[in-house]
Ligand binder design. Structure first.
Ligand SMILES: *[C@@H]1O[C@H](CO)[C@@H](O)[C@H](O)[C@H]1NC(C)=O
Ligand SMILES: *[C@@H]1O[C@H](CO)[C@@H](O)[C@H](O)[C@H]1NC(C)=O
Ligand SMILES: *[C@@H]1O[C@H](CO)[C@@H](O)[C@H](O)[C@H]1NC(C)=O
Ligand SMILES: *[C@@H]1O[C@H](CO)[C@@H](O)[C@H](O)[C@H]1NC(C)=O
Ligand SMILES: *[C@@H]1O[C@H](CO)[C@@H](O)[C@H](O)[C@H]1NC(C)=O
Length: 384
């Protein structure tokens, strides 16, 4: 955007060429009228050397620049959460705010970290406790540690699959940070798979799950494999190119030149969220975790199919984007309640946060009412 804007703006004002343009013309003039010291051969060598030198700088400067910037930004960013050790030498970044039961846990979309909840979390924190966190490898959380025994790996599930994510989350919110139970788990896209799997494994800890634009296990088989093609042909390759671009420092360059868009496109995105997004776009570890989540999606789907064979899924609230996902989830979840919102998709958690907030608040009120009634009836029994 910006590069096309500024020249036209200059033209409109009819100004003399500004700094950048001035330099470019000067450079091209000087290289054209370069004094040729010893004939065409030397000139040719000279030009080749210059190109090699430029090439070297172009290859080397962006990654070095990027690393320096990443180091500088990290201290600022680590203020937006606390590192919790969940065992196996694995640290996850958790940010909890507010007081009260039930605790709302926010589970991010595929390849994204906790800042997508910037609008939802503070609003819910006014009425209850809310936690958002970065899954292993994403945000400031450690990469999934592969140094665990084969036995543990079988029990906790392979890295970057839903089973491991659920296992990590369980340790994070129970033994490691001890959040008040029960939990309302709000999951978007891949986060919805995590919410369902968690509720399936630890039903007694969960009062409700809310599924926003959920990825469902039949997705890649639907519509004659259109989604599978899309996944293999577009989503996975684009996450891989994001990783390469981050590692080579090209993303940093692209952001500086304003050629790249940030993942969260909405109004009123706070400065700290913008900073976080820029940092994470340039952070190779974060991008590589995103690639892994995309890459192992089939395995995650297989795990949730197995989980369903054990018992039916608990009740849930659906905020669907596709009708087919609604039909499918209604068929396998007890009492699933779809709430159709106009234009609901993965972006609604920051574009239409109010809808999400209202639904969760309703669930909180419902749980409290039921719980108070239970309390009263147990009180009566005790006094009798
Ligand atoms: C959670 O994040 C908010 C900003 O989004 C920050 O103000 C707050 O200090 C963080 N809480 C913790 C415990 O780090
Ligand atoms: C793996 O973990 C063991 C102990 O759990 C530790 O002694 C060893 O150094 C670790 N290896 C690596 C490569 O981190
Ligand atoms: C998922 O698994 C199916 C069956 O093995 C395969 O055809 C498909 O290409 C896989 N898709 C992805 C995204 O890995
Ligand atoms: C959804 O939006 C369309 C137009 O964009 C409108 O006609 C329709 O009434 C809306 N439905 C609801 C339930 O708001
Ligand atoms: C129900 O009782 C328990 C323990 O007696 C208490 O901690 C809890 O806050 C009560 N719940 C409500 C909703 O009043």
């Amino acid at each position: 955007m910006a590069p096309s804007q500024s020249p036209s703006a200059r033209r409109r004002k009819g100004e003399k060429p500004a700094g950048l343009r001035g330099n470019v013309t000067k450079k091209s003039k000087s290289s054209a009228s370069q004094p040729e010291p010893a004939g065409p051969l030397m000139a040719c060598l000279w030009t080749t050397m210059k190109f090699l030198l430029y090439g070297f700088c172009v290859l080397l400067v962006p990654p070095v620049l990027n690393l320096a910037a990443l180091n500088k930004e990290e201290s600022v960013l680590s203020e937006y959460g606390l590192p919790y050790d969940i065992g196996w030498d694995q640290t996850l970044f958790l940010n909890c705010s507010g007081k009260g039961s039930p605790t709302v846990i926010l589970e991010s979309p595929i390849g994204q970290s906790s800042e997508v909840w910037f609008a939802v979390q503070p609003a819910l924190a006014e009425v209850t406790r809310v936690c958002s966190y970065d899954r292993a490898g994403l945000g400031l959380s450690d990469r999934p540690h592969k140094n665990i025994t084969e036995e543990d790996r079988k029990r906790r599930g392979p890295e970057s699959t839903v089973e491991r994510m659920v296992n990590d989350l369980h340790y994070l919110v129970t033994s490691s940070s001890d959040q008040p139970k029960p939990f309302i788990i709000v999951g978007a896209e891949l986060g919805a798979l995590v919410a369902r799997f968690y509720a399936q494994l630890y039903e007694e800890e969960v009062s409700d799950i809310v599924l926003i634009d959920p990825l469902v296990e039949v997705l890649l088989e639907e519509d004659g494999g259109v989604w599978n093609e899309m996944w293999l042909g577009h989503l996975l390759p684009s996450s891989i190119s994001m990783q390469l671009s981050a590692a080579t420092g090209l993303t940093r360059l692209g952001l500086i030149l304003k050629l790249l868009d940030l993942p969260i496109k909405a109004h009123n995105v706070p400065d700290e969220v913008v900073l976080r997004q820029k940092h994470l776009m340039c952070r190779p570890g974060h991008q590589s975790a995103s690639v892994d989540e995309h890459y192992f999606i089939n395995e995650s789907f297989a795990q949730i199919r197995t989980a369903y064979k054990v018992k039916p899924f608990p009740s849930s609230v659906l905020l669907p984007a596709w009708e087919s996902s609604v039909e499918f989830l209604m068929s396998i979840h007890r009492n699933a309640k779809p709430v159709l919102i106009n234009g609901s998709d993965g972006h609604m958690i920051y574009r239409k946060p109010k809808e999400v907030i209202d639904i969760v608040k309703k669930l909180i009120r419902k749980w409290r009412e039921v719980n108070q009634r239970k309390n009263r009836s147990t009180d009566r029994k005790e006094t009798r």
